[in-house]
Design a protein around this ligand. Sequence first.
Ligand code: SAM
Ligand code: SF4
Length: 360
Amino acid sequence: MDSSQPKAIVLTPQTDTQAASSLPRPIGSLVDRYGRVHTSLRVSVTDACNIRCTYCMPEKVSGFLPQDRLLGFDSIARLVHVLVRAGVRKVRLTGGEPLMRPNLSQLVQRLSAIVGLEQLALTTNGMLLSEQIDGLVAAGLTHINLSLDTLREPAFLQISRRDGLDRVLEGIQAAVESPLHVRINALLLRDINLEDCLPLVGYARKLGVVLRFIEFMPLDANRSWSRTQVVTGAEIRELVEAQYGALVPQDRADASQPSRDFHFADGVGGIGLISPVSEPFCSSCNRLRLTADGKFRNCLFGKQEWEVKRLLEPPLGQEDCSDEDLLAVAKACVEQKHASHGISDSDFQPPARAMYQIGG
Ligand code: SAM
Ligand code: SF4
């Protein structure tokens, strides 16, 4: 199987003419000061997680958002509907661990019914996937990214501070057997799991799944990030090529895609390198983010947030907002986006929220 070829699943299988005529009436687009058009939305559905990856969460969490602070499914669906009218075409559900949000497949069902949305994806650690995958597929999920940093139980425990590698591998197997388009994401930390690079590549090749390596970013709750721990995309390419021979770069079909993708010379599978630290891709960023507590963010590293929960879920007696009000907030957020994340600036400060509180 050629793993680089996505199993083509689209939410609205229509002819071009049908699709054009049945798309909801457009209401402007989300373009920032630098001309970047925002067509991709990351929706965090919870900040809770069932493991505690050192590069993301603190060991002890003082508490997760209570149910009443989470944006409700009705609100998320309404917002996505408005944003699709403003040009959003991809939605990725994330967290925290999105499968911890009760009844997630009900949200998937609501979103997959939105005409004009072309891709509905989920990023998960896979721990709860094998029991939820059938419901998610039936509800209309199209793509899934699974995080896997090691195949060694002790390293899994060291990284995630929990047991459960077997459940993650079960989840990956279930995903591969499903009709979903599957990718595996790995994060390497120099002192902990650099040695897992090649075994992970071998595992993904056997499964026929593209494996993408993402560089460690300064978004960990422990504030222990250091450049020396970052294993760069270039280093990974060198390691993989030493074992498998020269990798064949693939053309970027989608310029906003952060991953540099490669085929193996023997045609079996491929890898992707996402290098936000060593090779920032901000100039083509098309992403807008919604936190689990209903705030827009225009960048993982942004310091500012734009509140929408209060508009979507006003206190009793207060008037409902219009779609135009919601769009105005999204536009204000996009318009204020900086040219780049600034990780390498001398005055760089990480954001107050860690990765699990923003949505990765
Ligand atoms: N819990 C789900 C999971 O782990 O796949 C979804 C949320 S998690 C925040 C999404 C992705 O962010 C994971 O692939 C994880 O490896 C990545 N991530 C977390 N902290 C990171 C960091 N400091 N730098 C780079 N990637 C990070
Ligand atoms: Fe949880 Fe994902 Fe963060 Fe790991 S990376 S702690 S699985 S939210």
